[in-house]
Design a protein around this ligand. Structure first.
Ligand code: SDX
Length: 392
């Protein structure tokens, strides 16, 4: 290859940066945030604590956590003019497209570029984005139903607010179910960061040109939307519903996945890094049984998912390619039980991943990383002379 350039499509063997935030071991199925295991954090921490840990590097003291939540609450009002922006969208617009657009639109109301080397400026931008993101994420859902847009309730804690933002109607009192809040808290923790995945690499790439935090996160939302990445959680449910509609025969879909002519991608299976199991999938699968059990939800889709997993784990095609359920395989089943509509599943992923994107953007800027600008291997035409129009 020309010069020192080596082609590495999909960056399968490229370390794009140094990072102190998240540690993954794909062989052992290990995931740590700032050195703490995901198993411990999912069991013992709250989502806002994990946001603080990822962004500022340490678990917060009680005072620091209270200060963080209080600071976020200063910015939970979204400029009323944002409503005319969301009114421009048809109710059929996909929530991820609306969320990316609204996140970018926030810049118009917060035009001052953040210098991450000024801690106060950075802290304010982080709290602004954390506070407003939940609101605009809920607006994408409310708008699709033609419902009035809700406001953040500063008397409720962060994750509990999401449910009231999504489901509170002006016509009746709304009370959040602690079981639902606990399940959401755990799911957001499990999605919070994952080293240099596609959307986080996008946030770092866009931020490396010194584009702002909001603009970089807006780009990350678009990358996450893809069905090969965060969009898989919606694609999994659509696949499971199709299997259910076609009689629930999991083996038929395993066979389809192996069909050389027209290979069917089993959504929610496989991972670039995890080659034995995705530790998050294990926790989410267990949580699915617990949450549906506690809520008294009987969902045949969960049984179909388990049948599919069992069939795949004994099939040579999947074993040889080390394809196991990933974070997206069971998460949608819990979201569904919580009343979250399928086209909002990837928005849920984005809410969980927001602190990871913020932490990685901050690290990239504070490390003064150079602008991302990879090379290529040119395979196009050699030099040729211009051809006049009448000779073409
Ligand atoms: C996320 O990177 C991250 O950390 C992402 C994420 C995060 O937290 O940020 O973990 C979140 O995005 C999880 C992944 C969600 N995506 C899906 O569930 C979509 C289905 N999965 C695949 O598209 C795939 O497994 C990827 C995208 C996850 C990984 O793709 P790779 O590493 O590029 O692997 P590949 O496409 O080269 O596949 C290798 C082989 C191929 O077969 P051969 O050409 O060798 O014969 O495995 C096959 C693929 O056809 N294969 C599958 C499959 N995934 C891979 N075959 C059937 N079903 C699948 N799901």
């Amino acid at each position: 290859l020309s010069g020192a350039i080596t082609l590495d499509q999909g960056y399968k063997n490229t370390g794009a940066c140094k990072s102190e935030i998240t540690f993954l071991d794909g062989e052992e199925g290990i995931l740590h945030y700032r050195g703490y295991s995901i198993e411990e954090l999912a069991e013992k921490a709250h989502f806002l604590e994990v946001c603080y840990l990822l962004i500022f590097g340490e678990l917060p003291t009680k005072t620091q956590l209270l200060e963080f939540e209080t600071h976020i609450r200063r910015y939970t009002l979204v400029n009323e003019e944002m409503k005319s922006i969301i009114d421009g969208f048809p109710t059929t617009a996909h929530p991820m497209g609306v969320l990316s657009a609204l996140t970018s639109a926030l810049i118009a109301f917060n035009p001052k570029a953040v210098n991450p080397e000024h801690p106060d400026e950075l802290y304010e931008a982080v709290c602004k984005l954390m506070g407003k993101f939940l609101v605009i994420a809920s607006w994408t859902y409310r708008k699709s139903l033609g419902y009035p847009l809700n406001y953040y309730d500063n008397t409720l804690e962060y994750v509990e607010n999401f449910m009231q933002l999504m489901f509170k109607l002006p016509t009746e009192p709304y009370k959040t179910d602690p079981v639902i809040v606990k399940a959401l808290d755990k799911l957001f923790i499990l999605h919070a960061d994952h080293e240099q995945n596609c959307s986080t690499s996008t946030v770092r790439m866009v931020g490396s040109s010194h584009a702002g935090l909001f603009a970089s996160v807006s780009a990350g939302i678009s990358a996450l939307w893809g069905p090969l990445h965060g969009g898989a959680n919606q694609a999994v449910l659509e696949m499971l519903e199709e299997i259910q509609k076609n009689g629930g025969d999991a083996d038929k879909y395993i066979a389809k996945a192996k069909d050389k002519e027209d290979p069917f991608r089993l959504m929610g299976f496989g991972h670039r890094v995890y080659k034995n199991f995705d530790p998050r999938a294990k926790i989410i699968k267990k949580a699915a049984d617990e949450v549906l059990g506690t809520l008294g939800v009987e969902d045949p889709i969960l049984e179909i998912a388990k049948k599919l997993e069992a069939a795949a784990l004994t099939d040579e095609y999947f074993i040889s390619r080390k394809l196991y359920p990933n974070v997206d395989f069971y998460s949608g089943i819990i979201y569904r039980a919580l009343g979250i509509p399928t086209d909002m599943f990837t928005v849920m992923f984005a809410i969980g991943r927001l602190p990871g994107w913020i932490a990685q953007w901050k690290e990239m800027r504070l490390n003064k990383e150079p602008i991302g600008r990879p090379r290529q291997v040119y395979t196009g035409s050699p030099l040729r002379s211009f051809v006049e129009m009448d000779k073409r």
